[in-house]
Design a protein around this ligand. Structure first.
Ligand code: IVH
Length: 701
């Protein structure tokens, strides 16, 4: 066998499959086959190191840690972008572009739109096709040489591959020199996992994925970087040799992709500034669904000739702007810390904040999670803190930026969110969760990271929270029965357990005595209680609030044991072996059905007419679930064949959710006659809209 030839073949092949897998996300061989090729290559290289190539995939990690980074001066400074925060700013940017180009204000300029990645900017130099030097942006003029670390990132090609049209390559020749620029990111999942591990190892946590990515790139030991699962997206170039030709930014992106770089799928052309604004709206609506953090979109003049004419100011190009999202974080002061008691008795500390607007929404409270988190972040009343609100998640306190009473906070633990830093540890002046339950005064126990009140059935907070959970949208969906009413009912002894909800109709007189609760509201509430009796079986199980039984486990329980009788009769072993749930969960389910008081409540529910339906076929173990299962519907306008209530009931019985407002995550908007403003909003948000006929078809599927 010609060893050198085989090593060459294997190197090219593995690099190519790496590109298909990481950049195109379209592999053509299995992981097993890939590993086989890589293994063959590393065995051969070990025996014949003289034939190993510089761009060998086995060289992504290796060698000893380095002492320090050397400095790299960028041949062309790495600029930053001008920021815009409003539609008006963006329109002004477009007008400025046209003024500069001497074009009429009503002419359309084509823009290339990209995501604005929230990571660390880098530059990669390729000489004669080989990756030679990689550096951080630094101050834009000089950065640090982090070549070894960048080599560990699989979305960075070690050698330019040539997916170009063969004719074009023949005409222009291979690219001799190119500097490719882009952003290194850590995805949100990897970030969460990394911080969880660091918590276990008692190491300081990273404040956000950007800091984690930056910290990972600036590691002296590339083995650490390699373990961090970073990705890189390319968005531009610095200096390059003449073989590379392109006339638009979009074409440049396409060419970079053909050379092996990771170009984000969301890179799009907008025919004019209005389409660029639509692009922003679309991305902003989906912001949380990306696996990595973005902080806006970048709008770039597409035509390179125009870009050249527009040129640069000292720090920013005139041909691009970053249209940024409203910040997810803000600083404010903690006015108070209250401790709430959840349905499982866990005491959760909550910070009461000086109200602050984050991402367009006023935030007044933020979770502090548990005692360990408070201690680790050294949080107390009066402190100035950084608060983050992302998506639908409860806002949380990220870190203290200034301790109360310390005029100039010089603690080395504090680093601004912009710095490559981490969250410091405590100095001991932090809030302590009380030893007794703040709700019922009972003793508490330490349960892992949590502090728990053990007074389960007699703690009013636990009772209230479990009733609120029972009535909530994802459980029994009793419209109108929220925290405030439950508080009132429990305090006035109208309900003691969830079963009492279904006997409230006997208390009409007492209900009427309650302040602010009129005849109409009572009627509405009793109606929605009645409606909730027909419910998908798994949601009924979820509603019971068995510890550790979330929606997914409730679904599995019904799938395997059919109904409550089946679950009740299952032994811990049955539960444990049937669908591989852990022993702790199995025991919790088993114990729930051994408690007399729980059985009484369940029997009372059935006696009141609660009638859960199986949404899963009789054939146990088969995935014959209604296609509507778990889907979110919104009805708008008048339907011909159903009343609104009837339509909502039908879908709920099949395990779907009936929503009232237009929001992301809706699967179907069913539009009847004269649908109104919700319809317009749904169209604008790009949601799937179906007619009543299509809805009926869906029901019959
Ligand atoms: S282009 C001359 N495109 O934003 C133009 N930058 O504020 C230079 N960034 O340092 C950059 N996503 O780290 C460009 N799609 C994108 C980007 C992007 C993120 C970062 C980059 C730069 C900073 C400028």
């Amino acid at each position: 066998m010609d060893i050198k030839k085989r090593i060459n073949e294997l190197t090219d092949e593995v690099n190519y499959h790496n590109y298909l897998y990481y950049v195109l996300e379209d592999p053509v061989i299995s992981d097993f086959e890939f590993d086989k090729l890589l293994k063959e290559l590393s065995i051969l290289e070990e025996k014949y190191p003289e034939y190993a190539r510089a761009d060998s995939p086995t060289k992504r990690v290796g060698g000893e840690p380095i002492e320090k980074f050397s400095q790299i001066t960028h041949r062309i400074p790495m600029l930053s972008l001008d920021n815009t925060y409003s539609k008006e700013d963006v329109i002004e940017f477009d007008l400025k572009v046209k003024r500069f180009l001497n074009l009429p204000a009503d002419k359309d300029i084509e823009y290339e739109c990209e995501l604005k990645f929230d990571g660390l900017a880098i530059e990669l130099i390729y000489e004669n096709g080989l990756f030679t030097v990689g550096s951080t942006r630094g101050d834009g003029i000089t950065g640090e040489d982090v070549t070894k670390n960048l080599k560990t990132i699989k979305t960075i090609p070690l050698k330019l591959i040539n997916m170009e049209d063969a004719e074009q390559v023949r005409r222009a020749g291979q690219i001799k020199y190119i500097e490719v620029r882009g952003e290194v990111l850590m995805d949100k999942k990897a970030f969460k996992k990394l911080n969880e591990q660091r918590l276990k190892d008692n190491m300081p946590l990273f404040a956000n994925p950007r800091n984690a990515a930056a910290g990972s790139i600036r590691q002296l030991d590339s083995k650490i970087t390699s373990a961090r699962n970073l990705v890189m997206f390319a968005y531009g170039i610095g200096e390059y040799s003449e073989e590379l030709r392109f006339s638009t930014q979009f074409e440049l992106m396409r060419k970079l992709k053909l050379l092996g770089f990771n170009i984000n799928k969301e890179t799009k052309i907008a025919k004019n500034i209005n389409e660029a604004l639509d692009y922003y709206e679309d991305i902003a609506a989906r912001r949380e669904s990306f696996s990595f953090d973005i902080d806006g979109v970048v709008i770039k003049v597409n035509d390179i000739k125009f870009q050249e004419k527009l040129g640069e100011l000292s720090k920013t190009p005139r041909w691009a702007t970053a249209y940024k999202f409203l910040a997810k974080q803000a600083t404010t002061v903690i006015k108070d810390i209250i401790v709430s008691v959840g349905r499982t008795g866990v005491l959760t500390p909550v910070a009461v904040l000086n109200p602050v607007i984050i991402g367009g929404v006023e935030v007044q409270r933020a979770t502090l999670h548990n005692q360990d988190e408070i201690a680790r972040k050294n949080i107390n009343i009066g402190d100035t803190v950084l608060v983050e609100r992302s998506g639908d998640v409860i806002p949380e306190v990220v870190k203290v930026v200034k301790k109360a009473g310390i005029a100039d906070f010089k603690d080395s633990n504090y680093k601004s969110s912009e710095s490559i830093g981490d969250i410091g540890s405590s100095s001991g002046d932090y809030f302590k969760i009380p030893n007794l339950c703040p709700c019922c005064g009972s003793v508490t126990v330490i349960d892992g990271a949590a502090v728990r009140c053990i007074n389960e059935l007699a703690c009013p907070c636990q009772i209230k929270a479990s009733i609120v959970h029972f009535a909530s949208k994802r459980a029994m969906d009793i419209e109108g029965l929220g925290e405030m009413l439950v508080d009132k009912f429990v305090e006035n002894k109208l309900i003691k357990t969830v079963a009492d909800i279904y006997y409230l109709y006997l208390e009409k007189e007492n209900l009427e005595k309650l302040e602010g609760f009129g005849k109409k509201s009572i009627e509405n509430l009793l109606n929605s209680i009645e409606k909730s009796k027909n419910i998908a079986y798994d949601r009924f199980i979820f509603a019971l609030g068995i510890r550790h039984v979330g929606e997914h486990i409730a679904f599995l329980l019904i799938k395997y044991f059919r109904d409550i009788k089946g679950i009740k009769n299952a032994s811990v072993e049955d539960l444990n072996s049937k669908f591989g749930i852990g022993e702790e969960i199995a025991k919790s389910i088993y114990n729930f059905f051994r408690l007399e008081s729980n059985i009484i409540v369940i029997n009372k529910l059935f006696a009141a007419g609660v009638n859960p339906h199986a949404v899963i076929s009789e054939k146990i173990g088969q995935e014959a679930v209604s296609p509507l299962y778990g889907k979110h519907f919104l009805f708008t306008g008048a339907l011909k064949n159903f009343s609104r209530d009837a339509a909502e009931n039908i879908i709920k019985e099949r395990g779907a959710f009936a929503e009232k407002t237009v929001k992301k995550g809706l699967d179907y908007v069913v539009a009847g006659d004269e649908p109104g403003s919700k319809y317009a909003k749904a169209v604008k948000s790009g949601l799937k809209i179906i007619s009543e006929d299509e809805f009926i078809k869906l029901l019959n599927e």
